[in-house]
Design a protein around this ligand. Structure first.
Ligand code: F6P
Length: 325
């Protein structure tokens, strides 16, 4: 029997492009004759039965809007077998036959466990952290990179005027991808990521050297997951001010990076991966997620997200150091 009713939810940290993905699920689903049900507030909304039908017009006017119109949560209850049982009971009660989960590692792991319980699920990789194993780039990364870059470009102008050193902390959880890319594209003098060991005195020496070589500003980009994050590095420099000889001002970009409307790349990636997720679900596939792999929209087994993504390419780390001269 062909599928008639699917649901969609967004879960975990939101990402610019999630709305574009929702729009694609609704439009492809409806055009293929399905009823599409929106689940509010991620997995916790699923457990609580917060569902409503989505029609074509519910996808209207949202492709350019950041965040997620369905809302999102981090749901601890769903991590337990009891929580997942409750979610499965709601899916059955609502006569839902398939589910599209839009989110990052935690959300896709949840999707994996649902699919293991025999429920048809297809994921769509979406997180600004770009830490989903197997995906080249996930929905939201490109917009977050551009948002962080804009902040860095602004900081550079004030840094040059005052001849000051700055450290800017970007998100990324335990992964250094965002920091590495923002650092390279933003012309940072030093990039600190969790995957590569760093020494605060060596960082200070590099910054001093930047001035000695005639640079008007010195900028460190650091990943939030690094041992020497912005607060730790600024405190170290302040505690050894006499020896180090300059001030280091810290800016933590935080959730600013997750906000705002998606750029072209994220709108397109979201539209394509979410549309493919609905097609795959209708074709009877489950236990997979859609992502960009080597430039193509591809399906990967959800099981992959249970293993951490390998560290960033060492070539890029070397290039970053070379370009900082
Ligand atoms: O996973 C996305 C992310 O923004 C991470 O970069 C960050 O560590 C985390 O979410 C912040 O989570 P919350 O919004 O729950 O504080």
């Amino acid at each position: 029997m062909t599928m008639q009713r699917i649901a969609v939810l967004t879960s975990g940290g939101d990402a610019p492009g999630m709305n574009a993905a929702l729009r694609a699920v609704v439009r492809v689903g409806v055009s293929r004759g399905l009823e599409v049900i929106g689940v509010r507030q991620g997995y916790s909304g699923l457990i609580d039965g917060l569902v409503r039908p989505l029609g074509l017009r519910d996808g209207a006017g949202i492709i350019h809007v950041g965040g997620t119109m369905l809302g999102s949560t981090r749901c601890n209850e769903f991590r337990t077998p009891q929580g997942r049982q409750r979610a499965l009971a709601v899916l059955e009660q609502q006569r839902i036959e398939g589910l599209v989960v839009i989110g990052g590692n935690g959300s896709l792991s949840g999707a994996y466990f649902l699919s293991q319980a025999g429920f048809p699920v297809v994921g769509v990789a979406s997180t600004i952290d770009n830490d989903v194993n197997g995906a080249d780039i996930t929905i939201g990364v490109d917009t977050a990179l551009n948002t962080a870059l804009e902040a860095i470009d602004r900081l550079k102008t004030t840094a040059s005027s005052h001849h000051r050193a700055f450290v800017v902390e970007v998100m990324g959880r335990a992964h250094g991808y965002l920091a590495l890319m923002v650092g390279i594209a933003g012309g940072a003098d030093v990039i600190i990521i969790p995957e590569v060991e760093s020494d605060p005195d060596a960082v200070a020496a590099t910054l001093r050297d930047a001035y000695t070589r005639g640079k008007r500003h010195a900028m460190v980009v650091v990943a939030e997951g690094a041992k020497w994050n912005a607060a730790a590095l600024a405190a170290h420099v302040a505690n050894h001010r006499d020896r180090i000889g300059f001030e280091l001002r810290a800016t933590i970009l935080g959730h600013v990076q997750r906000g705002g409307g998606p750029g072209a790349l994220d709108r397109l990636l979201a539209s394509r991966t979410a549309a493919a997720a609905v097609d795959r679900l209708i074709d009877g596939e489950s236990g997979i997620f859609m992502a960009l792999v080597k430039g193509e929209i591809a399906a990967l087994p959800l099981e992959r997200v249970l293993t951490p993504k390998p560290p960033p390419d060492p070539e890029l780390v070397r290039l970053a150091a070379l370009l900082a001269r």
